[in-house]
Ligand binder design. Structure first.
Ligand SMILES: *Cc1c(COP(=O)(O)O)cnc(C)c1O
Length: 396
């Protein structure tokens, strides 16, 4: 079935079934094609295949049947025409930029993006003559004012990490399109189970599959979703030449992850909502960042744009790093790690880890205080997560 035909089915059904065409072995679960290359029936067939028919497998840097199932399933979930899987989320972002931009082009990006994305744009793309102007995720006017003659690409993540700020995808897409730029959205935090950027006007969606698409913290991978020309030809063309492709084993792990994506994302959201409300009522907590709370500055927008609020909750304590480290060190159950999007709840002190390389001024400008803690709410019983945090909070 094509992506179009899958649109007749509900997201939960697509997540379980899309993309799998059984081989002659009639396997029920998706097979892993652990092979680097594929054989031809004749010299002529080999010659014709090398000439570039994408449907015929030649070499697993280009295409692989297990990877293709993952690509088709994610395209069906996002409602995009096609998908290209990559070795990591960063490889997806790099491939998108190098395939679609050239020296002299200009990016406008939200400041609230993943740390390595900031470094990629500021250090490596800038070196190639592709500068970036940084704007706040909130105000579409800031995006309009940042446009210059060479502006080709708008880039954002929503909700942002770790403060869960919400960017208005539809409004920013409109600004981009009025100036013939494209909008690329990193949909890692919500996944298509909670947010569908294409329905709001995005042109390309990128993913770190490492997070919720896997959902159990096993593999590193990524994906680019979009139309047949930009993604199917240009990004795929870059990938098959440059080689940051996804391994078939990782694709298989992500496929198994996708089967439970819908269930998991709604469970993460339920748990995070409950934890956010509890934190909000705790006397030691000065502020809670969660889009599901009525007090969140973009709560209305999140309600419109998302079908769930996601699993990331951040909260602030008086007492700076000392207080934050105390709460983190008092946990016994939660994993102290920079990762998120896992069945296991994770806890992070952004100022000294994920955002530790920023200067204190840059951190202050980004709103990352020393007393800020980020929790990636997993799938454990929420009462146990609460108790684990209460130990530190109650002894501050
Ligand atoms: C982790 C992450 C990335 C990078 O993905 P990797 O798989 O680690 O390369 C990009 N964007 C967001 C929002 C992320 O959380």
């Amino acid at each position: 079935m094509s992506t179009d035909e899958w649109s007749d089915y509900a997201p939960a059904t697509r997540a379980v079934r899309a993309g799998h065409i059984r081989t002659h072995e009639a396997e029920h679960s998706e097979p892993i094609f652990a092979t680097s290359s594929f054989c031809f029936g004749s010299a002529r067939e080999a010659a014709e295949s090398f000439a570039g028919n994408r449907r015929r497998n030649v070499y697993s840097r280009f295409t692989n049947p297990t990877v293709r199932i993952f690509q088709e399933r994610l395209a069906a979930l996002e409602g995009g025409e096609t998908c290209v899987a990559t070795a990591s989320g960063m490889a997806a972002i790099l491939s998108t930029c190098l395939a679609l931009l050239q020296s002299g082009d200009h990016i406008v990006s939200s400041t609230g993006v993943f740390g390595s994305t900031t470094s990629l744009f500021n250090t490596y793309l800038a070196r190639l003559g592709i500068p970036t102007t940084w704007v706040s995720p909130h105000d579409p006017n800031d995006w309009r004012e940042a446009i210059r003659p060479g502006t080709k690409l708008f880039y954002l993540e929503t909700p942002t990490n770790p403060l869960t700020e919400i960017a208005d995808i539809a409004a920013i897409a409109e600004v981009a399109h009025a100036h013939d730029a494209i909008l690329v959205v990193d949909n890692c935090f919500c996944t298509p189970a909670l947010q569908r950027p294409f329905d709001l006007g995005a042109d390309v969606v990128v993913h770190s599959a490492t997070k919720y698409l896997d959902g159990q913290g096993r593999c590193v991978g990524g994906a680019v979703v979009g139309d047949a020309e930009r993604v199917g030809e240009q990004v795929f063309g870059f990938l098959r030449t440059a080689g940051p492709s996804m391994s078939p084993f990782n694709a298989w792990v992500f496929l198994k992850g996708l089967e439970t994506l819908d269930l998991r994302m709604h469970a993460h959201s339920r748990g995070a909502m409950e934890l956010a409300r509890w934190l909000q009522a705790h006397p030691r907590v000065t502020r809670v960042h969660y889009p599901g709370l009525e007090t969140h500055p973009q709560h209305e927008l999140a309600m419109r744009q998302q079908s769930g609020y996601g699993g990331i909750v951040a909260f602030e304590l008086e007492g700076g790093q000392g207080a934050a480290w105390h709460v983190i060190d008092q946990t016994r159950l939660l994993s102290i790690t920079g990762n998120l999007g896992d069945a296991k709840t994770t806890i992070t002190h952004p100022a000294s880890t994920t955002h530790g390389r920023l200067s204190p001024e840059q951190r202050a400008a980004a709103g990352i205080g020393d007393g800020l803690i980020r929790v990636g709410v997993g799938l454990e019983e929420i009462g146990d997560i609460r108790n684990d945090l209460a130990r530190g909070l109650d002894s501050l």
